[in-house]
Design a protein around this ligand. Sequence first.
Ligand SMILES: Cc1cc2nc3c(=O)[nH]c(=O)nc-3n(C[C@H](O)[C@H](O)[C@H](O)COP(=O)(O)OP(=O)(O)OC[C@H]3O[C@@H](n4cnc5c(N)ncnc54)[C@H](O)[C@@H]3O)c2cc1C
Length: 388
Amino acid sequence: MSVHSEILIVGAGVVGLTTALKLAERGVSVTLLDRQLVGREASWAGAGMLPPGNPASAVTPEARLRSYSHALWPEFAADLADRTGIDTGYHICGAIEVCSHDQQDEFCQHNAQWQAEGIRVERISAHEVQQHVADMDARFENAIFLPDFAQVRNPRYLKALKAACLQRGVEILEHAHALDIRQNDGRISEVRVDARTLHFDRICFSVGAWSASLMLSLGFSIPVKPVRGQIVQLQLPAQPFRCVVELGRRYLVPRRDGLILIGSTEEHAGFAKHTTTEGVAGLLDFAKSLVPSLAHAEVVNTWAGLRPGSPDELPLLGPVPGFSNVFIGAGHFRSGLQMSPATGTILADLMLGETPRISLDGLSVDRFSSRSTAALAGVLSCFSSMIT
Ligand SMILES: Cc1cc2nc3c(=O)[nH]c(=O)nc-3n(C[C@H](O)[C@H](O)[C@H](O)COP(=O)(O)OP(=O)(O)OC[C@H]3O[C@@H](n4cnc5c(N)ncnc54)[C@H](O)[C@@H]3O)c2cc1C
């Protein structure tokens, strides 16, 4: 069977889904495929924290993408809810950031960055911390409050994205592993999936932590690696506090129904996606050290996901050098949920030949590599062994 659409998107996490939706909203025919069910990898596993941004004073590549997404989120979430009837759980909950004694310098710098970006941030006392989080350990004297910090329930967000894509006519193929990708003269023109041959004008790869091996099979090297993150989920009878609490790279995310996520580890364990006794124990200790009363909470679930990590922790977005019709959206590391509305919009712009709405300086696909030297070396050594 042969299927034709203007655009094929391989990988249906938040990056693939938002890109498909933004393209379909503009009248483009899109096929979106995933080798399993939609949105079951990092996008499902994430905590759904959405840090704020300010487009007026964002100067770094990370801040530009984050702040553009921040500006899009409220309307995007409301529109998804209106269209699909699915409440993504998006709401502004605020966040408290605290620091330990040995992290004071780093913390001050971080605070200064928020201020330089013109983001609302309030220095708060230990007493004020306890007004937000009643049972918080009193040792945290150095704390800030970010009132515009938001959160989303990512499994619900994924469900809403899928429903909105289907409403807009996106053809979604699940359990469809893109194995046989045909390239010719710098173009990819067909992909075989099971008994189907998919034809398209342009293709976008949004395969998260699996990006490096897939792109290497096309002779292009990108340094995206899986970084495992574990999460422990607690259930309390009611929401004990409203705001996210962060200490360094770990956090507590309270949901409105009394669930609390404790996250997360950062581990280089290849594609192993299981939780570990050490990881879970470390997260539980962390939670108890912040809010001692959580020692009595019920543990209801644990899981792990593979973040797509790049060397500078920033995404790679845009056309793939050496190809005329191939695009990538990958490497969002710890921020793919927050950055997804902006990423989908920008990738749609690029694939339609339009100038993206924000500068992509510092986010280009070729900032780390050109056509794979590894693949080239492989070809050359093959030639040389034939000659000798
Ligand atoms: C524990 C944890 C906590 C996190 N917390 C947050 C947070 O609070 N806020 C935030 O913004 N971000 C957070 N993140 C990061 C965020 O989840 C990721 O950046 C984001 O989900 C990446 O989305 P993606 O679409 O690129 O990848 P994925 O969601 O991994 O999707 C890639 C898809 O590609 C598919 N695929 C792979 N290979 C193929 C193939 N050959 N053919 C077809 N399909 C293929 C996979 O099945 C998968 O569905 C967290 C991540 C983790 C793990």
